[in-house]
Design a protein around this ligand. Structure first.
Ligand code: NAP
Length: 311
């Protein structure tokens, strides 16, 4: 019988019976390659440079931004953090993006989400130059993905999941994949990447209007959960031997922790009894997202170098 998770224990959630798809280990491998490429760019005279814009004082956003800046330092990228109070207006934020677009020393621009509600996030995404859109959310970059061109700047979380599946030797060809969630930043690009030529899965996208969700999920050889509902995916929804990727990061109250909360995924821990491979939360998809952001920034800098060489 699977031992219960010790909620007071530090470190990743227990994934007892399924093989752990360890995002930290996979991210470390990817980071080593990214650091190597970053060093080559710097040697050629172009240090990869990420500019992160943060508006307001959302504590979680500040934690995310700090970890992105730390990752830059670790891998030899330059970073610039631009902070503004929550009352920044749309025109001022657009002017900041315009300046960063025009700054040839900046290769990647990231405007941390969520923005305060008076700001139009989509308009900001659209304003970032596609070549500097290291989040991969610009319509040009998402459009390229729809066209099956997967060699550009891809959204970090879904491309991180693909990297983790490759690293974990998960064969997707011809397999049934179910993506639970259809958001612009995770679910939809995830489905496109799984179905892309080369990955070759047969993909179903499920969402809040899907009928008989449990039955749809149970058909999956590979199930990716990105709903934002702690523990929603139950063991009874999962086919024996399926690969389960838990994208969810949810804060749930926990009196046993000093800080009063812990992180939980969208997948119930009992799923480890039926899955063959599974990502832990934390320590699964989360580290991959930041590593992919670093890789995208270096890719953008490499594209700059190539452009310089051909002019
Ligand atoms: P989102 O924009 O809120 O989208 C959630 C999706 O789940 C929507 O498509 C929604 O359906 C669907 N959904 C919600 N409740 C459902 C239900 N009861 N049954 C079926 N479908 C349901 O969220 P997101 O940005 O994609 O993020 C999803 C989760 O991933 C969150 O926990 C987030 O924190 C986490 N996340 C993690 C990372 C990482 O680095 N690991 C990165 C990004 C996000 P409708 O479209 O019908 O509303």
């Amino acid at each position: 019988m699977r031992p219960k998770r010790d909620s007071t224990a530090p470190g990743p959630a227990v994934v007892d019976d399924a093989t752990r798809l360890d995002g930290r280990a996979c991210a470390a491998d990817l980071d080593a390659r990214t650091a190597h490429r970053a060093a080559a760019c710097t040697e050629a005279g172009v240090q990869p440079h990420l500019a992160v814009v943060i508006v307001g004082d959302d504590p979680a956003s500040h934690v995310y931004v700090a970890s992105k800046v730390r990752a830059c330092e670790r891998l030899g990228l330059r970073s610039t953090r631009i902070e503004h109070p929550a009352n920044l207006d749309q025109a001022s934020l657009e002017a900041i993006v315009d300046d960063l677009n025009a700054d040839s020393s900046v290769h990647g621009i990231l405007v941390q989400s969520p923005l305060p509600s008076h700001l139009d996030e989509e308009a900001i995404t659209d304003r970032i130059l596609p070549s500097k859109d290291v989040d991969g959310f610009h319509p040009v970059n998402l459009g390229r993905l729809v066209q099956g061109r997967t060699d550009g700047l891809l959204p970090c979380t879904p491309s991180g999941v693909m990297e983790l599946l490759r690293w974990g030797n998960v064969d997707l060809r011809g397999k049934r994949a179910v993506v639970l969630g259809r958001s612009r930043i995770v679910g939809m690009p995830m489905a496109l990447l799984l179905a892309a030529k080369g990955a070759d899965a047969t993909v179903t996208v499920a969402h809040s209007r899907t009928e008989d969700l449990a039955k749809v999920c149970a058909e999956a050889d590979v199930l990716v959960a990105a709903v934002g509902r702690p523990g929603m995916v139950q063991a009874s929804w999962v086919k024996q031997g399926a690969v389960v990727v838990d994208v969810g990061i949810n804060r749930v109250d926990d009196d046993t922790r000093e800080r009063g909360w812990r992180l939980e995924g969208d997948v119930d821990e009992a799923v480890a009894d039926v899955a063959s491979k599974m990502t832990p939360v934390p320590g699964g998809v989360g580290p991959m997202t930041i590593s992919m952001l670093m890789a995208n920034t270096v890719r953008a800098a490499e594209a700059c170098l190539t452009k310089q060489a051909t002019h």
